[in-house]
Design a protein around this ligand. Structure first.
Ligand SMILES: [Zn+2]
Ligand SMILES: [Zn+2]
Length: 298
């Protein structure tokens, strides 16, 4: 099961109810933070989560509202004796910006970070899941990310037993969806298994509408997407390279996504956020508005 915790959901200026953007994706022993707005480490505490368990940080881009929480978080991790190397991924320029942050303060301790500048495509993979990046169209280099769980395969044991195959370690291959050999006979995975598709979660932060918004969201179970403006301010959205609620809903719809969660909500809509939700729902019914500390299981 994949769990999402929304630690911050505001646009550049935080409000009383919304902290700057940060989302935690937890899956098994993986805890992946997407963006790290100011105050994120305190949001962890309020949410009852332990930041020391972080394994990766994915930065969409280097605007303050997405990274101002990094120095404080890294300092706290160091003081807590964070023992592993923390993998930090981000677009072109990430190494330079991170070095600048780490040289700006006197850190009593520094944690070891492995910084990865990425462009697009698959940039991490293990036996359970992979991570993909897509280029966005913002005023600075910006990436969207997808977390994609690999499919699992349900083995039809009853059918296999009829072929004379018993339970045992030799089932490993067929459990991974590969053909297996048993007593010199090839047992076809296709015939004896049914795939259970993995979950896909896509994060689209600051960007103007572009084809990669649809590409990144293809068949996603959840799209977490920015809805910075209403369509009536499309002029401003275009000028500042942000999405309107209608545009992110259009991307989710075109991509065949199942669910859309809106965030990066501007203070201009404080108290009338329903307008943002209603606009998205007109195009994509299964839209929801993120709130700080909201949790979702997929
Ligand atoms: Zn932003
Ligand atoms: Zn931005």
């Amino acid at each position: 099961m994949v769990e999402l915790t929304f630690l911050g959901t505001s646009h550049a200026v935080p409000t009383k109810d919304r902290n700057q953007v940060s989302i935690l994706l937890s899956y098994g022993s993986e805890n992946i933070l997407i963006d790290c707005g100011e105050g994120t480490q305190r949001q962890f505490k309020i949410a009852g989560l332990n930041a020391q368990k972080l394994t990766k940080i994915l930065i969409t881009h280097w605007h303050g509202d997405h990274i101002l929480g990094l120095p404080g978080l890294l300092q706290t991790l160091a003081l807590g004796n964070y023992s592993k190397a923390l993998d930090i991924y981000g677009p072109r320029g990430t190494k330079k910006y991170l070095e600048a942050i780490l040289s700006m303060f006197i850190f009593r301790e520094k944690i070891k970070v492995d910084v990865h500048e990425i462009d697009e495509g698959n940039f991490f993979e293990n036996k359970d899941f992979f991570l993909e990046a897509y280029r966005m169209d913002h005023v600075s280099p910006c990436l969207a990310y997808s977390f994609v769980q690999k499919p699992k395969f349900r083995v039809n044991m009853a059918k296999l037993k009829k072929e004379g195959v018993e339970q045992g370690p030799w089932l490993k291959e067929i459990q991974e969806g590969k053909d297996m050999k048993f007593k010199n006979k090839i047992i076809s995975a296709k015939k004896f298994t049914s795939p259970i598709p993995g979950k896909k979660i896509t994060f689209i932060l600051d960007t103007a509408f572009n084809k990669n918004c649809v590409e990144a969201s293809k068949n996603a179970d959840i799209v977490v997407g920015e809805a910075c403006f209403l369509d009536e301010r499309k002029d401003l959205a275009e000028e500042r390279k942000h999405l309107t609620a209608k545009e992110i809903a259009t991307a989710a719809k075109k991509a065949g996504a199942k669910r859309l969660i809106l965030l990066h909500i501007s203070q201009r809509y404080s108290g009338k956020e329903k307008l943002v939700l209603d606009e998205a729902r007109k195009t994509f019914k299964n839209s929801e508005l993120a709130k700080d500390f909201m949790k979702i299981e997929v």
